[in-house]
Ligand binder design. Structure first.
Ligand code: NAD
Ligand code: TDX
Length: 340
């Protein structure tokens, strides 16, 4: 019997990497292909525990390279495409927007063409709540799947553009698709340019933590493993053509998040340094996950249990993040921040 072949793009990154491990372990009867260009955000050392498993395969490729992707699809005849690969950091999109259009828009369109030509069973596009823009601070308002797209950053504009292409390939060519829009993820292997791992790594090194503006912007946090289970469910049970929001009702101000990490690690709140605000900084994100819950999804972590598990993971895996922050990341950090 031929095995189900699942192509995961961006499987050397944070969420894609967690998803690859989740799928390889949960579905030994599937062949999982991790396709990744290994940009600054991708690393394969995270897969040391699965790299010798028979159902795990790695392909180094660029999703925006049309010929490379077309010939790979003809050769491998994938059943599913789960598309994570992207430029994912909002701050980088503010200083260098061009690569976001190439990877997130062109790259998605190249994958859609190959998926259409090879008649795959389903294309799951992993998008973000940031495509909806921002909410105000009224705690009774949420993003639903019907909220209009109003992206504010070059990153979210490129993700919204890719969402529209995915939708169009369904409407025009009948390509079976789902789009998931998840809130902020955190957990193991989160690249230390993002708020939570940046805070943990800097606090552990007794360095100041940059908080943008007054720290009152709100994000809705979800542990990465709960995002993985949501995508698994949508891949298998999602109604083709539908969008599913993913979130666990864990809204926190950035200041609350940073203070929680500092106090859990037993360090001084004096490490907080307020710095100039992000351009176009979205005020608040908050997801209404009712539609996905009706499909049967429930998160396993609260913010309290998830942040504790994550802090413990960073304490136990210093080598992984020390290796990153001592490399090219240093130049990025110095350009991005002007700390005391
Ligand atoms: P990440 O930056 O950690 O990983 C991205 C991966 O994509 C890296 O391994 C990188 O090497 C790879 N990649 C980049 N350009 C590529 C190219 N041209 N060809 C092939 N591979 C390429 O990102 P992440 O935080 O894991 O996010 C994954 C996806 O989930 C993204 O699409 C993002 O928009 C979405 N998302 C992220 C969050 C979040 O909180 N991080 C929330 C919702 C949705
Ligand atoms: O040094 C910092 N100081 C700070 O105050 C950084 C890096 C961030 N922040 C603030 C900005 C945001 O309000 O913290 C909040 C979270 O910032 P990020 O970790 O950069 O995440 P965000 O911009 O919310 O985007 C993330 O969630 C949605 C992911 O990076 C996206 O890929 C995803 O789509």
């Amino acid at each position: 019997m031929t095995k189900v072949k699942v192509l995961v793009t961006g499987g050397a990154g944070f969420i894609g990497g967690n998803f690859v491990q989740y799928m390889v372990n949960k579905y030994p009867e599937y062949d999982i292909y991790n396709l990744d260009l290994l940009t600054y955000a991708g690393d394969l050392t995270k897969h040391n525990t699965i790299e010798n498993k028979e159902n795990y395969h790695f392909v180094k490729a660029d999703i925006a390279d049309r010929e490379q992707i077309a010939s790979l699809f003809i050769k491998e005849k994938f059943d599913y495409v789960i598309h994570f690969a992207a430029e994912s950091h909002v701050d980088r999109s503010i200083t260098e927007p061009e690569i976001f259009v190439r990877t997130n828009v062109i790259g998605t369109q190249v994958l859609l063409d190959a998926s259409k030509q090879n008649k795959i069973k389903k294309f799951v596009h992993v998008s973000t709540d940031e495509v909806y823009g921002e909410l105000d601070f009224d705690p009774t308002t949420f993003f639903t799947e019907e909220t209009p797209l109003q992206p504010n950053s070059p990153y979210s504009a490129s993700k919204a553009s890719s969402d529209l292409l995915v939708r169009a390939y369904h409407e025009t060519y009948g390509l079976p698709i789902n789009i998931t829009r998840c809130s902020n993820n955190y957990g193991p292997y989160h690249f230390p340019e993002k708020l939570i791992p940046l805070t943990i790594s800097r606090v552990l090194n007794e360095q100041n933590v940059p908080v943008y503006g007054n720290g009152q912007n709100i994000r809705d946090w979800l542990h990465v493993i709960d995002h993985c289970s949501a995508i698994d469910l949508v891949m298998h049970e999602g109604v083709s053509g539908e969008v599913y929001n993913v979130g666990g009702h864990n809204e926190r101000t950035n200041l609350e998040v940073v203070e929680t990490i500092i106090t859990t690690l037993g360090k001084s709140l004096d490490l907080i340094e307020f710095v100039k605000d992000r351009l176009g900084h979205d005020k608040r994100y908050a997801i209404d996950p009712t539609k996905l819950e009706k499909l049967g999804w429930r998160p396993t972590y609260t913010f309290e249990t998830g942040i504790k598990q994550t802090i413990d993971w960073y304490l136990d895996n210093k080598e992984w993040w020390e290796n990153i922050i001592s490399g090219e990341y240093k130049n990025y950090f110095e350009k991005q921040y002007d700390l005391k």
